[in-house]
Design a protein around this ligand. Structure first.
Ligand code: NAD
Ligand code: LMR
Length: 327
């Protein structure tokens, strides 16, 4: 067992995602069964009583790896020495809204937290943005938190990735563990590009097992609109699956992807013609706590065009945050 606990800040700990995420981090599922953790949980003042109840439940689980829970409404205290920051706390969308509609409500939260992170977190803090619109919120954190390595500021498209894996597995009649090399390109929005053209099912190219009509008419729209389908069915946005994806994103970033890859929204270096500086989803390989975009993949014209359209949306979202005066 290592000595001092890893400091993990989670925002929005009294919310729906937080209620699933915190317990699984404390159990060791994220960083490993030999890594002690300290949770530093940020909430708005009016949710602090509820958060204290969550902290009581965390204590009652008697997790051997959990070395303390700090609950606070003060970002400086929450981010103090943070080695991981999981930025969840923000408003979820309701039925009929797009994630982009949340920009006005949520962008200011991420601008404030980006500044607090830069001022108080560990120099090598790794940031994962789950709160929507996730890609552009990550870009905001990066723009205001200049001292943080931009490569350490990421956003969640892992839920889309896992949804795509699940859809393909069901179609092929296998379990999800048989599917590898799935890709989500672009924004965590309806313009995202679920791409199975490089995926393998039990080692065989997925494209040999499913037909082009199913990919275009069922697979891609089902994955891209899954968040809205869940809101329509549940009356609330995905929570347990979003917590699972957040945890998997950090776990694979820190503990490695082995011979598979995963989708993460990361700062673009211009790969695949996504303008440099945007936070966009790519296939990445991770090892030793760093990610690399998988290079050299052949893409057909339709996929290239769809990636370009999603990048255009990210440019428009960035302009909207600039108009709010936050960048
Ligand atoms: P929720 O409303 O249940 O919980 C959000 C919590 O955040 C609340 O307790 C609220 O008090 C807190 N909060 C609000 N402002 C805060 C601030 N400034 N600092 C700290 N905490 C703050 O919502 P949820 O279901 O947990 O969803 C949270 C976010 O995650 C939403 O933006 C949602 O759209 C997003 N989400 C993203 C994905 C993804 O794949 N990227 C998936 C699901 C949900
Ligand atoms: C999701 O994909 O489930 C989340 O981003 C929530 C939403 O608003 O769709």
């Amino acid at each position: 067992m290592t000595d001092s606990p890893v400091r993990i800040t989670v925002t929005g700990g009294a919310g729906a995602i937080g209620y699933s995420l915190l317990f699984r981090i404390a159990s060791g599922e994220m960083l490993g069964s030999d890594v002690p953790v300290q949770l530093r949980v940020l909430e708005v003042p009016q949710a602090l009583d509820k958060l204290k109840g969550v902290a009581m439940e965390l204590a009652d689980c008697a997790y051997p790896l959990l070395e303390g829970v700090v609950t606070t409404a003060d970002p400086a205290e929450a981010f103090d020495g943070a080695q991981h920051a999981l930025l969840v706390g923000s408003k979820p969308r309701g039925q009929g809204e797009t994630r982009g509609d949340l920009l006005k409500a949520n962008a200011a939260i991420f601008a404030g937290q980006g500044r607090a992170l830069a001022a108080h977190a560990s120099a090598d803090v790794r940031v994962t943005v789950t709160g929507n619109p996730a890609n552009t919120n990550a870009l905001t954190v990066s723009a205001v938190g200049e001292s943080i390595d931009p490569r350490h500021i990421t956003a969640l498209t892992r839920l889309d990735h896992d949804r795509a894996v699940a859809q393909l597995a069901a179609r092929a009649g296998v379990t999800a563990g048989e599917v590898r090399r799935m890709i989500i390109w672009g924004n965590h929005s309806d313009t995202q590009v679920p791409d199975l053209s490089h995926a393998l099912v039990s080692g065989r190219p997925a494209a040999e097992l499913v037909d082009a009509d199913w990919i275009r008419d069922t697979f891609q729209p089902t994955v891209a609109s899954r968040g809205a389908s869940i809101i329509a069915a549940r009356g609330a946005s995905s929570a347990a699956s979003a917590a699972n994806a957040t945890l998997s994103h950090v776990r694979d970033w820190m503990r490695g992807t082995g011979d598979d890859w995963v989708s993460m929204a990361v700062v673009s270096d211009g790969s695949y013609d996504v303008p440099a500086g945007l936070v966009s989803s790519f296939p990445v390989r991770c090892s030793n706590g760093e990610w690399e975009i998988v290079q050299g993949l052949e893409l057909d014209d339709a996929t290239r065009e769809a990636i370009r359209a999603s990048a255009d949306e990210l440019v428009a979202e960035r302009a909207a945050v600039q108009e709010l005066g936050l960048l």
